[in-house]
Ligand binder design. Sequence first.
Ligand SMILES: [Zn+2]
Length: 744
Amino acid sequence: MSNEKTNDTENTRDSRELCHWADQVAARIIKERGDLPLYTCASGITPSGTVHIGNFREIITVDLVVRALRARGKKVRFIYSWDDYDVFRKVPGNMPKPEELQKYLRYPITMVPDTFGRDENYARHHEVDIETQLPRVGIQPEFLYQASRYRSNRYAEGMKIAMQKRDVIKACLNEYRDDEHKMKDSDVYWPVAAFCCKCNKDETEIIDYDGEYGITYKCNSCGHIEKGDLRTSKEFKLGWRVDWPMRWNEEKVCFEPGGKDHISPGGSYDTAKLVSKRLYGWDAPVTMKYDFVKLKGVPGKMSSSKGKVISLVDALEVYQPEVLRYIFASNKVDHEFSISFDLDVITIYEAYDRTERLVWGLDEPKEKDEAKKEQLLLREKRLYELSQIDGMPKAMPYQVPFRLLTTLLQTYSGDVDAVIKSLGDVKPEQEETLRRRCACAWYWIRECAPEHAPDMCFSLRKEGKRAQLAEDMAAAVKKVLSDVVPQIDSFQTDKDCQQAIYTVATEMGLDAKQLFLALYTALIGKEQGPRLGSFMRIIGKERLEKLLSTVDGVSAEKLAQKSAAKKLTPAEIDQLPLAERFSRRVILKVSKIEKVEQHPGGSFLYILTLNTGDEEPRQIVSSIVQFYKPEELLGKNIVLVYNLKPANFRGVRSNGMLLAASDPTTEEDTCEVIFAPQFEPGTILEPEGFSVPDDVADMCFVKADKFAEMGLCTKGGFVELDGKKIGADGKFLSVEKYKDGKVK
Ligand SMILES: [Zn+2]
């Protein structure tokens, strides 16, 4: 516009309407196609495998444009085509029973079985996966199933036209080919192909056409010859470059985007455009090219299995639906971007929250220029609208920064109700969205964060487990317990709490940094954690009292020993004296026998169910049938090699081994189970003078032969290793019968 003073309101309206790319595309569609009673927008895919998050870009691109058209008062039909009459070309790497699927290559995918055993066929399985998820992100297209449409002869006329005008198609295809690759007049070309009606494979060739509906084909796989009729036979379909434009005309499509592969010069869109006009008299739909979606920081759980692709449902584990829409809506369609699972997740949630605050007037743009500021707000508002699932929320959603939410969830061990209660001011209408965010944050901290931000992961020290600190630090922690904790609820801000801790440090003449470290050790067994003032207020008075009152002061020397031992590599552990090596490699846990069953496949084997002090019971297989009756075992405490590498015994999994003594002086089989009535189930036993290592939870499996090499034995009635008795808290394991024997 050259005249600055042209219609001002017109200008504003334009800029308002066109502030998002979806609005610009909608305007282009209306301009190019004119005022229509109905605008059909299309998307589609071959369900030949898991529909991944990159494929989702096409669906949401159409959805955003559909919303923009509707915002202009237009009536819109959003169709999603499942191209399930395409041929099954390749077995993807992430499917079960690949050798079974292999047998169905060259079949239409709708006739391939679902090797997951869930749906009626392979195509349907992948369709269901998407159809059940799309409503979660506010997308509700009308699904069209091409196999059923072709087989019900809906496209008989479209196919007949293609057969009759095959020379026209040839010319269209030739238009984008260089001379070397052009089809000659003498080359045989058929736009229609057939799946053999005997063997279902598409390895057929057309041998005759009657000029109307009759087509004769020969199967090169099974030799069958068939004369079919386009009006009644089920096996015919069009090749992709004709199928696509035929369906544009059939559904009167006026918008459909395409991936880079289709929308390149001379690509399938270009030839389809010619075919659409010349054969069917329909102007090809307005299109736009969308770029790829890359992935960043995909956690092991999602990417480990072979050929695993990231689907919509995977992305929704980490991103609440509004935020996922926001990611797609805020990126230009023809630009590549990444979906992140690493620390960027926090940044993306922060960006969404910032947009939300701007929209609800809780934040101001930094922009000083009024006109630009207004423009920016309009853009943010439109982006926010397009990100919502079902229209604008009635009230401003409850905002908890994603990072803080991970702290809250970990403090409450994933209990969402407790987190919501602790926030104190969540309105009922805000709960649903907040719960979704909680679910994502909890998934992220457990599955993604350990690989990208291990220092953000923690759990409060379990009850019954004591913390060890240097004596002066333990005393300082006790002072925090007596001086700071009682008034924790009366602090107005996190800073007040932080200040109170500084005061304790000053009074005790300690470096504040050291006291912080001591408090983290006491609370979560780590040297760092969430900001302490805020964290202690989140933990709350009651739990702080429990955690800080179970701290023991130990000598600096012992502490130094402990921290030195911590940093050992496996090779270094191998160099340690035997008892110390044992302590760092083997976990012996007292366990109570809760159930004794005969192994169905071995008369000398029991299946024992144990209470190891863990939440879940443990199952082991033991070959002691000839020595003990079930009633002699039931309810007794035994010693379990807790981290023995699991093994199968005649089809039953054994997760560990119980300890028994035997007589070394005889060839005969002898066995005395080592009972441990003096210990509680869950007690970890160590060689005398050793304490349970801090990293016991992270210890690897020990193989049975490695365990045997350690040479556990009985001497003078006690179980020992390298002259050190095995026990805990000054009590030791003992035996009655084989007082100087072997232990295994
Ligand atoms: Zn055949």
